[in-house]
Design a protein around this ligand. Structure first.
Ligand SMILES: O=C1O[C@H](COP(=O)(O)O)[C@@H](O)[C@H](O)[C@H]1O
Length: 259
């Protein structure tokens, strides 16, 4: 498992543009090496801002979106097309504007979908989707995603794994239903930390003063039960992509000069 590396940008806008550029390079490299790339999307303000930036990124045309496998790290369990669904926001920000292969866009079920209002069934279904997509070289039931994008909440949640919640103690399942979330909406579906840790690269992205304490705790050695984002690590790389405000309380020894 990789050690976290911190990259700080001056503003949230610069951060989103820089992450978008970094992502273009990573996807192009994966496609050149293997023919396809896999990407886990996140919801949240920073995650969606990155997708908006990606849409107009200068080298965007270098990515063949029909050969990108798309997944979600978590989903708000709401009806199809609901504006608060991470899927809806990702489609508006990017996916409706690029030539994705619909068969490679693996969404988490909606609350009016085939599993009805049953988030446990939706989670079990997504675990099957992941298992079906895993290749022999992934050595398990979760693909080794090229990049897993994640946000970070004020209290340290990532995906929809909240501090001290049942999801943070999960060691077997790759996807779980999450109920009674402290942040609305209360019902969600989420990858677990063990599934996230199957990723080659994990990129945690967050901005703003309100995230500074959680970021400092995660990077300062807090446990994942207290700060779930601390447990999100990639096999090859773990990047913490921050703006100056979110990085304000991180120990100076961990922060390189401004990008
Ligand atoms: O609810 C969620 O929140 C987190 C963080 O969102 P932000 O707006 O504070 O950046 C996000 O990572 C997660 O995907 C989303 O469902």
């Amino acid at each position: 498992m990789s050690k976290p590396q911190v990259i700080v940008h001056a503003t949230g806008e610069l951060l989103a543009a820089a992450v978008a550029a970094r992502l273009v390079t990573r996807l192009v490299d994966a496609q050149a090496a293997r023919g396809s790339a896999s990407l886990v999307l996140t919801g949240g303000r920073t995650g969606i801002a990155v997708l908006e930036q990606l849409r107009t990124a200068p080298a965007m045309g270098a990515v063949d979106w029909s050969r990108v496998d798309l997944y979600w790290g978590d989903e708000r369990f709401l009806p199809t097309g609901h504006p608060d669904r991470n899927e809806t926001q990702a489609r508006e920000a990017l996916l409706d504007h690029v030539a994705v292969d619909p068969g490679r866009v693996r969404v988490m079920a909606a609350s009016d979908g085939e599993f009805g209002d049953d988030p446990e069934a939706a989670a079990a279904d997504y675990a099957r989707v992941l298992a079906d997509a895993a290749r022999p070289e992934d050595h398990g039931s979760v693909p080794s995603f090229d990049v897993c994008l994640l946000g970070v909440g004020e209290e340290g949640h990532t995906a929809s794994v909240f501090p001290a919640s049942p999801a943070v103690y999960e060691t077997e399942r790759s996807v779980v239903a999450v109920r009674n979330c402290p942040k609305p909406p209360p019902t969600r579906v989420s990858l677990t930390l063990p599934a996230i840790r199957r990723s080659a690269e994990v990129w945690l992205m967050t901005t703003g003063e309100s995230k500074a304490a959680a970021v400092a705790m995660a990077l300062g050695g807090a446990g994942e039960v207290q700060i779930p984002a601390a447990g999100a690590r990639g096999q090859r790389r773990t990047l913490w992509l921050l703006d100056r405000a979110a990085a304000a309380k991180v120990p100076k020894t961990l922060v390189p000069p401004l990008a």
